[in-house]
Design a protein around this ligand. Structure first.
Ligand SMILES: Cc1cc2nc3c(=O)[nH]c(=O)nc-3n(C[C@H](O)[C@H](O)[C@H](O)COP(=O)(O)OP(=O)(O)OC[C@H]3O[C@@H](n4cnc5c(N)ncnc54)[C@H](O)[C@@H]3O)c2cc1C
Ligand code: SF4
Ligand code: SF4
Ligand code: SF4
Length: 354
């Protein structure tokens, strides 16, 4: 993942101007001069201060010279085999929370929130980095959660973007041991920082949970224009948003509205078209709905991920079921991983209408 002799201008041109930036915010978090700021509406970084071309931000960026094989060797001591369609893993299964308060608010089976609660209550971590939720606009900003109530308040999925990596600098600077929750692109950035030994930012990350993700949307497009403008639904009236072949919006007064994925495509963030990582292939544990009802499809990748899940299961926080009972979901993970990889290749070759 060599970055020698590149200037910031060249880097910014190659990643941001080209449309490939995923908006993770890692460059902003690691810049030693605080020369970068984050534009939430555009989900992009911008230069606001003096840059010395030190190159630290390139070392964090998942869209700049990201070398999957080197990261795999670091994480798994091997690269993926031919048949591993969704990255290196030890096990794939379905998991569901045993905590009634989690089941009331979670997106799928509540695995993510349950693991965070287990880790907090057992003092494995001081806090978790998650997507804070603003019900007034259904947008998301990264926050630290330190208690069960805070985990519950930030459960569920926002299909807009939350640049969770922005908080890594604060975690490192204050020696806060964290579990990191993020989409695949965000976990890729964490791994690149670990590979490049940017310890001030990732030195206190204890484990990572990656969220499977095909795309995410702009707040101005999906929420302001489509949901509020066209469908006439005030964001604070939404009780749940889910994607199961289409975007399904449930309101507090029992209404259900649907948006076709073809229609929603105009609101997809540009950087997502360059994403080849559906299943968060570099997380300790990946979590997704993958069409399952009430279960989180969970890919256990590292020894660390295995031990976190097994401990939470033994302590009664979660239950698990073999993937054989969720064959369609398994097929979905395989299929979407391939579609996403091909979409990235097409976008990079200029063959995709973005
Ligand atoms: C943008 C996005 C797109 C997704 N697309 C798919 C998909 O196409 N197919 C699929 O199978 N699964 C997808 N998922 C994953 C799925 O929606 C669930 O997050 C996952 O199944 C875990 O469910 P759970 O009940 O275990 O999580 P919960 O217990 O509900 O916890 C969810 C956690 O995710 C965090 N979070 C919420 N929104 C965001 C965000 N925007 N960025 C970062 N963290 C966030 C919350 O703060 C919380 O900690 C997507 C997730 C996101 C964020
Ligand atoms: S090159 Fe260095 S100083 Fe310039 S923006 Fe990146 S990290 Fe900051
Ligand atoms: S992908 Fe992330 S690290 Fe790279 S330029 Fe965009 S926000 Fe910065
Ligand atoms: S599709 Fe990829 S780039 Fe877009 S939010 Fe999901 S993981 Fe990140």
């Amino acid at each position: 993942m060599s970055t020698s002799k590149t200037t910031f201008k060249e880097f910014y041109h190659a990643v941001v101007d080209s449309g490939q930036c995923c908006g993770c915010g890692s460059c902003v978090a690691v810049c030693p001069l605080s020369a970068l700021s984050y534009l939430y509406d555009e989900t992009l970084p911008v230069l606001v201060g003096k840059c010395t071309d030190c190159g630290v931000c390139f070392k964090a960026c998942p869209r700049y010279n990201f070398n999957a094989e080197e990261v795999e060797k670091m994480l798994f001591n091997r690269i993926r085999g031919e048949g591993e369609a969704f990255g290196v893993y030890q096990n794939i299964l379905a998991a569901r929370s045993r905590l009634p308060d989690v089941l009331k608010v979670c997106q799928d089976g509540g695995l993510v929130s349950s693991l965070l609660i287990w880790a907090l209550e057992n003092k494995v971590i001081d806090a978790a980095v998650v997507a804070g939720f603003n019900p007034e606009r259904w947008d998301a900003k990264p926050i630290f959660v330190r208690t069960r109530d805070e985990v519950l308040a930030s459960a569920g999925t926002r299909y807009t973007y939350s640049p969770n990596n922005l908080l890594l600098r604060e975690a490192g600077a204050n020696n806060i041991k964290v579990a990191f929750v993020g989409t695949g692109c965000e976990v890729e950035a964490v791994r690149k920082m670990q590979y490049n030994k940017l310890r001030k930012s990732v030195g206190t990350v204890v484990f990572t949970i990656g969220l499977m993700c095909h795309e995410s949307y702009t707040v101005s497009g999906l929420i302001d224009k489509k949901v509020r403008g066209e469908l006439g639904i005030e964001p604070n009236q939404i009780s749940k948003m889910n994607i199961k072949g289409k975007i399904i919006i449930e309101t507090k007064d029992g209404r259900v509205a649907e948006i076709g994925l073809r229609d929603a495509r105009q609101y997809v963030r540009k950087g997502c078209f360059y994403c080849g990582d559906f299943s968060a292939e570099f997380a300790d544990i990946s979590a997704g709905g993958a069409g399952a009802q009430g279960w989180t499809i969970s890919v256990v990748r590292t020894e660390l991920g295995k031990s976190v899940l097994e401990s939470a299961e033994k302590s009664g926080y979660v239950e698990v079921e073999p993937i054989a009972k969720h064959k369609t979901s398994y097929d979905t993970v395989v299929k979407l991983s391939s579609i996403q990889r091909n979409r990235r290749a097409k976008a990079l070759s200029g063959g995709l209408n973005i």
